[in-house]
Design a protein around this ligand. Structure first.
Ligand SMILES: [Ca+2]
Ligand SMILES: [Ca+2]
Length: 312
């Protein structure tokens, strides 16, 4: 066995032993309440609160950023469940997306702001000149969907929005499966477009008004202003589950736990490795990554694999 093959088999073994922690769905709406649910069960519980009507949401490091329609960004510490910081932006924040280190915020006046969420400053402005309701950013491209049904596109770093394609209805939400652009329209239909050329590929009817949309594995979650959230197979459109958040949902995000961020501060660095190794040496439960009751080298391999894979 070559060294590479041996390494690969060790990595495979180590991955098999990796613990599986459930992802979490977060939703928020006009009353400022943040609710969360285990993504496997979809049973919602209280997760936090901010003082404004939430219109959009994004994840930054270990926190959630909630935006209200008055242009206030709240940083919610998920351990505490309440805002630890807030700052204003000149937008009604119809949608928000983190891309790289920047927060992108759309508004109904047609501007897409790029914001540094650490310095809390607007660092760039893009002009789409339409009532933008939804943003999705991937492959260094910003897609902005409008109430007019138009979808615009520009490259990150270039204020050069141009018509990309037209949706069959008023755009309310947008996301990506990594290849295509998925757009949720007010009339309860999700549209799939080729992200390269804007060609229409397929639709499926969702029965909810697409107030927010989020990918979860191979599924797409679509919410309604009545509080219903539906899970569909993102390829076939087959309904897989229905959840009830219990209130109007304006914003939704799925958060995947990052085990490699051992101290949970939202960033990965050598401190996480040191803390893990300390916990492993002390035979702390937190370092028994495969949960088999013993602290062996597989736990260390697991951790280093997760650390190298990084978090998003
Ligand atoms: Ca950390
Ligand atoms: Ca173990």
């Amino acid at each position: 066995m070559t060294r590479t093959a041996r390494l690969a088999s060790i990595v495979t073994l180590a991955c098999l032993g990796a613990p599986v922690l459930a992802d979490t769905i977060y939703v928020a709406g006009p009353d400022g309440i943040l609710m969360k649910a285990d993504a496997d069960t979809g049973v919602f519980e209280f997760a936090g609160v901010c003082s404004g009507p939430v219109s959009s949401m994004a994840k930054h490091q270990g926190d959630l950023l909630l935006a209200d329609s008055n242009g206030v960004i709240y940083r919610i510490d998920l351990d505490l469940g309440f805002p630890v910081d807030l700052w204003p932006v000149p937008s009604n924040c119809t949608d928000m997306v983190m891309y790289g280190d920047s927060l992108y915020i759309s508004g109904s006046t047609g501007q897409v702001l790029r914001v540094d969420p650490v310095a809390k400053q607007v660092t760039d402005t893009y002009y789409a000149n339409d009532d933008i309701r939804a943003l999705s950013i991937f492959n260094n491209t910003i897609y902005a969907g409008a109430n007019s049904t138009a979808i615009y596109r520009t490259t990150v770093g270039f204020d050069d929005f141009e018509m990309f394609t037209v949706c069959g209805g008023q755009v309310r939400s947008a996301t990506t499966d990594g290849t295509d652009l998925l757009v949720g329209a007010e009339h309860a239909i999700v549209y799939r477009f080729d992200a390269t050329n804007g060609n229409y590929k397929s639709t499926f009817s969702v029965g909810v008004n697409c107030s927010a949309i989020a990918m979860h594995g191979g599924d797409v979650l679509v919410s309604d202003t009545s509080g219903v959230i539906k899970r569909f197979d993102a390829q076939t459109g087959a309904l897989k589950a229905t959840y009830d958040a219990g209130f109007r949902v304006n914003a939704m995000i799925v958060v995947t736990p990052c085990l490699a961020d051992f101290n949970g501060d939202g960033s990965l660095n050598t401190l996480d490795v040191l803390l893990f190794l300390n916990a492993w040496s002390a035979k702390d439960d937190s370092a028994d990554l495969d949960g088999n009751g013993t602290h062996d080298t597989l736990d260390v391999l697991n951790f280093l694999n997760l650390y190298n894979a990084g978090c998003n």
